[in-house]
Structures are given as structure tokens and as C-alpha cells.
Design a binder for this molecule. Structure first.
Ligand code: CTP
Ligand code: MG
Length: 376
């Protein structure tokens, strides 16, 4: 999605939701409405993202946006949604992005595929593009409580965000707009732009009321992330052996940074990898003297805090150890119990030799491989 910028409008107060904090900052599945919205945006990998937040909540929005995988700029919104979108467009004035997608943070569970569908259609047609779903309920025209007519619904759709446009054309339409419109497509069309629809997505529903928030809590495919990690350490006869979070007397230790616990190091890398948070070296600095000789549990606890901070829970971690020593089988259950306790989710540990081949086969060191699954 190169040359696509996304504006996430999150500056509303959420009156109908009726919470103390603005709607974008309402809790949702262990994080916030805004963080969920940003996850969908980040997965679509746009070139630029601007979040429009209430002016009193800029610092909070910046903190939440800082954990997102894509770089996000935060600007203050206005009195109306239209004013907030205008603020987002102003922030993109010098952008090289040819396409802009305007998205409601309140549509927190919108999948990345919908962003791609809208952007692709804008790229192909040069028109404004909006996601639309058929109207499934019967629609009536009324006057107070009296029904005047049943509205033919076959040519009606309900529309969602992200709404996509050639950026320059939308900026131009906004610059010329004198009325308030209910969505960006209406403003764009009023300025003479053509608007097309693509199929919307049930998951892009807007959280407006408390019932919608409950629906968002319980609905939708959970976001799953896998990660992979690996660590290798050479044996060091002079060091005590810590592996899998337990002490192994009468076994050669492992050389390396901290206590050399290759199992925990591989687990940390798998967890950081799954959360998109880099790796052990970049997070904790293997050269950092503060961590020299530190128990690897310290890294694991720090890693778990980072993962939790990104809004994910650990579903499980699986580890495979390759090496001649120690023989894991006799203490495998104990290691699994210890690691499961540390992580707070099931950790399984398996071991194998490399059939005499390579450095592990020659008894020079140990390899640990780990995968982690996160759920958000
Ligand atoms: N929005 C905005 N600036 C405003 C008003 C709305 O950025 N002045 C954003 C909201 O944060 C939301 C989206 O526009 O993500 C859709 O608006 P809506 O669902 O109406 O949200 P709120 O205006 O916050 O809610 P309410 O109307 O219940 O107060
Ligand atoms: Mg509103």
C-alpha cells in the first residue's frame, strides 16, 4: 500500500457511549478502542498514519500510538467530525501520499483487508470509494410515530469507513466545503467527485452505544500473532548451568550474556517477534552492563510486560532444545511447570539431539528454538 495515508478520526467525545473518557479511549478487550483501530490500520501497512484526537488527550493518544507498529502522527481535532478530518488533511498537506483513507476510530475492529480493498479501488478508478453493506432491515418513512411508507430497500446500502479518495481531490473538496456533511463521500460528491462502493465488512461496524461496545467485546475474530525465536550458546565448564529457568547441578554451563539460558532467550525473542516489538538485542542491549550476569527471568518478565503493553495476551509458547546435554527428559515436566508459571500461559518444552551433526552434535553448545502465539 505504498503512497497511501490513513487519517484515523478519534476526536469525538462519545456522548452516546456515555463514558467518562472519549470513545476512542474506552477499554476494549484489554486495550482501547483506538489501539484496536490502529492495529487494523497498521496491518494494512500504509505509508503514513495521522490520528486526530481530542486536544486534551493528545499525550495519551501519542502514548497509545507509540506502541503501534507503524509510525503515527497525532494532531488535535475540531468541534465536528468534518473539522477533525480537515485537521487530518492539513497534517498531510506536504505528504507524498496519492491516496488518503479516512477512518473512524470507532470502527475499531475493521480488518486490514478492507483498507486494502478500498485503496486498491481508488488506485484503479481514481474515484472516491466507500465500503457498503446491503440494508437488511425493512425501512419505513415516518412522521412522528405514524408510518407514511415502506421504503424500497433494494437500491439502499449502509456505508462504513475507511472511505478512500485521491488525496489532492479530497483536500480540494474540503477546502471548498461550506456545508456540514454526514460523511466524507457526501462532501466529495457535493464538490463534483464520483463515488463508488466496494463490499463492506460486518466487522467494520461502528461502536456508538454501550451495546455496540459489548458486541465488540464479544465479537470478531480474535487477532492472532505468531512469533519465532532462536538462541545458541556454547558450553562453558566454569559456569553454572541455568536452562529453562531451572538450575542444573553437575552440568556444564552456557557461555554468553546474562546467565546464558538459551531457552528463555529464545522464548523472549519469540514473544517480541509475535508482538512486532523487535528482539532481545534491540530491546535490552546485549552490551548493556546492567544485564550482564542477570538472571534470564528478568528479561522474560520485562518481555511479558512489553507484550502486555501492546495489548496482547500470550496463548502459548513452544520450545525445542537441540543439544547433547543436559538430558532434558528427566526434568522436562519440572521445566514446563516453571516456565508456565513464569509466563502465565502454557509453555511446552521438547528436546532432541542433532544426530552427531554440527556443533550441537559435537557437544559444543546448545540451540533453543521457540514459537509464541499471542491473542489480542
Ligand atoms: N469524531 C472526530 N471529531 C469530532 C467528532 C467525531 O474525530 N468532533 C470521530 C469520532 O471520534 C469517531 C468518528 O468521528 O471515531 C465517528 O463519530 P461518532 O461515532 O459520532 O463518535 P462521537 O462523535 O465521539 O460519538 P457521539 O456522536 O456519540 O458523541
Ligand atoms: Mg458524533
Amino acid at each position: 500500500m505504498s503512497s497511501v495515508a490513513v487519517i484515523v478520526v478519534a476526536a469525538g467525545s462519545g456522548t452516546r457511549l456515555g463514558r467518562a473518557e472519549p470513545k476512542a479511549f474506552a477499554p476494549l478487550r484489554g486495550s482501547t478502542v483506538l489501539e484496536h483501530a490502529l492495529r487494523g490500520v497498521a496491518d494494512a501497512a500504509p505509508a503514513e498514519v495521522v490520528v486526530v484526537a481530542p486536544s486534551a488527550w493528545l499525550a495519551r493518544a501519542e502514548a497509545l500510538a507509540g506502541a503501534a507498529v507503524v509510525p503515527v502522527r497525532v494532531v488535535a481535532g475540531g468541534e465536528t467530525r468534518q473539522a477533525s478530518v480537515a485537521a487530518g488533511l492539513a497534517a498531510l498537506a506536504d505528504s507524498g501520499a496519492e491516496i488518503v483513507l479516512v477512518h473512524d476510530a470507532a470502527r475499531a475492529l475493521t480488518p486490514a483487508a478492507l483498507f486494502a480493498r478500498v485503496a486498491d479501488a481508488v488506485r484503479e478508478t481514481g474515484a472516491g470509494v466507500i465500503p457498503a453493506l446491503p440494508v437488511s432491515d425493512t425501512v419505513k418513512r415516518v412522521e412522528d410515530d405514524r408510518v407514511l411508507a415502506t421504503v424500497e430497500r433494494s437500491d439502499l446500502v449502509q456505508v462504513q469507513t475507511p472511505q478512500g479518495f485521491p488525496r489532492a481531490a479530497l483536500a480540494d473538496a474540503y477546502a471548498r466545503a461550506t456545508n456540514e456533511f454526514t460523511d466524507d463521500a457526501a462532501l466529495f460528491q457535493d464538490a463534483g467527485g464520483e463515488v463508488l462502493t466496494v463490499p463492506g465488512d460486518e466487522l467494520a461496524f461502528k461502536i456508538t452505544t454501550a451495546a455496540d461496545l459489548r458486541r465488540a467485546e464479544g465479537s470478531g475474530v480474535p487477532v492472532l500473532r505468531t512469533g519465532v525465536g532462536m538462541d545458541v550458546h556454547a558450553y562453558d565448564d566454569s559456569a553454572p548451568l541455568w536452562l529453562g529457568g531451572v538450575y542444573w547441578p553437575d552440568e556444564p554451563g552456557l557461555a554468553g550474556h546474562s546467565d546464558g539460558d538459551a531457552v528463555i532467550h529464545a522464548m523472549c525473542d519469540a514473544l517480541l517477534s509475535a508482538a512486532g516489538l523487535g528482539d532481545l538485542g534491540s530491546r535490552f542491549g546485549t552490551g548493556d552492563p546492567r544485564f550482564a550476569g542477570a538472571a534470564s527471568e528478568v528479561f522474560l518478565r520485562e518481555t511479558l510486560a512489553l507484550v502486555a503493553g501492546s495489548g496482547f495476551a500470550v496463548a502459548n509458547v513452544a520450545v525445542q532444545v537441540v543439544g547433547e546435554r543436559p538430558r532434558l527428559a528427566p526434568r522436562r515436566d519440572e521445566v514446563e511447570r516453571r516456565l508456565t508459571q513464569l509466563v502465565g500461559a502454557p509453555v511446552s518444552v521438547a528436546a532432541t539431539t542433532s544426530d552427531g551433526l554440527g556443533f550441537t552434535g559435537r557437544g559444543e553448545g546448545v540451540t533453543a528454538l521457540a514459537t509464541a502465539l499471542l491473542i489480542g
